[in-house]
Structures are given as C-alpha cells and as structure tokens.
Ligand binder design. Structure first.
Ligand code: TMP
Length: 206
C-alpha cells in the first residue's frame, strides 16, 4: 500500500484552519482517500489531557520551557500513536497545527528562540516533517476577534501584540525559506481559500 500524505495547517487563532481542514477532508474523501483529522496539542488521550492544561487560563505560572516541553510531549505521543500508523496504512493526515506552532509560539512568542525549539525537535522526532504546510495568514487582531467571538479567551488568546506580532511574523518568515509551506490570505472568503487549496493539492499530489 502506498504511504499517505501528512498535511499541517498553521496560523494564528481565528485564521480558519479547522473550517479549511474539514472542507478539504470532504474533497479528499470524495476522491476515495482515507483521511484522518487531528490537532495539536491533542490528537491522543495523553495529548488531549495536556491540551486542557496548556489552554487553561488558570495555569498562569507555566514557564516558557515547561510549555515547550509539554507541547513536545504531546507531539511525541501523537506522532508514534496516531500519525505514523495512519501514514503507513496509506491515509492522509490533516493536522491542525504541528511543530511550526512551537517555533512560532514558544520560539518567538515566548522568546525561547527557534534554535532551542529545533534542538528539542531533533531529539524528540528526528526529521519527521510534513509533506505540505498550509499557513493561513491574518492580522492577529482580526484573528483574535474571530476566535473569541463565541467563547472565552484561553491562556494564549489573552496575549497581545508583543506576543502575536512575532508569532505571525515567524509563520511568514518560515514560509519564505522552504517550498514545503504555502501561504494563503485568510481574510479571503472560505470558498476562495478552499478552491485555491484544492488546486494546490491537485497540482502537488494528485
Ligand atoms: P487552537 O486549537 O485554537 O489552535 O489552540 C491551540 C493553542 O496552542 C494556540 O494558541 C497555539 C498554541 N500552541 C503552541 O503554543 N505551541 C504549539 O506547538 C502548538 C501545537 C499550539
């Protein structure tokens, strides 16, 4: 059986990642591919427990390195328990955030530096990288407004310009360096983004 594809979706909160993932999954299922939708932090029983802790706004004293290590612990479990087995059985894995979020949020937002994140990544998962990373780019204020419209702000959503400015810039600068990334303007309509995304998938993989 051929191995599947690993697609990750990145961007600040409220950029519309989950909507685009769901629509793309429908498209791929119509083409008879087997698709797994998952997210980070999360995706496994352990990952979902860690997610609750990481997003809990009562956890005010989590230091940046502890935050990074918890993200990495969730990711290590996710890769071995869910992502690799799915890919090996020929499925497409669509993942809402992955390691690039650690580079952007912990590396830049929290100020740990990309090289710290990179060192940990090499130790924890070697060279396990996505086949394609979709970056949905949006002005951070617009994203936060969308993300907190119908729900209370989580621990990350309470941050401001000093945090989200570097997070957004990091996604964009990573994208300029490597053809694995494709940036989409997340202020466009859901349909326009999805159409472009489907064209991209077709031209790269089908
Ligand atoms: P989301 O599901 O709304 O994207 O929430 C997940 C939050 O966790 C979001 O604020 C980004 C943050 N995050 C990190 O800080 N580092 C990471 O490595 C990942 C995967 C997520």
């Amino acid at each position: 059986m051929s191995s599947g594809k690993f697609l990750t979706f990145e961007g600040i909160e409220g950029a519309g990642k989950s909507t685009q993932i769901e629509l793309l999954a429908e498209y791929l299922k119509d083409l008879e591919f087997k698709v797994v939708l998952t997210r980070e932090p999360g995706g496994t029983a352990l990952g979902e427990v860690l997610r609750e802790i990481l997003l809990d706004e009562r956890q005010k004293n989590v230091v940046p390195m502890a935050e990074l290590l918890l993200m990495a612990a969730a990711r290590a479990q996710h890769i071995e328990e869910k992502i690799k087995p799915a890919l090996e059985s020929g499925k497409w894995v669509l993942c809402d955030r992955f390691n690039d979020s650690s580079i952007a949020y912990q590396g830049a937002g929290r100020g740990l530096g990309a090289s710290h994140v990179q060192k940990l990544t090499e130790l924890a998962f070697g060279s396990f990288v996505p086949d394609l990373t979709i970056v949905l780019d949006l002005e951070w204020k617009d994203g936060l407004r969308r993300a907190t419209k119908n729900s209370k702000a989580d621990r990350f959503e309470k941050e401001g310009a000093k945090f989200f400015g570097p997070v957004r810039d990091t996604f964009l600068s990573l994208s300029r360096k490597d053809s694995r990334y494709q940036v989409f303007d997340a202020s466009s309509s859901v349909e326009a983004i999805q159409n472009e995304l489907r064209l991209l998938i077709k031209s790269r993989f089908l």
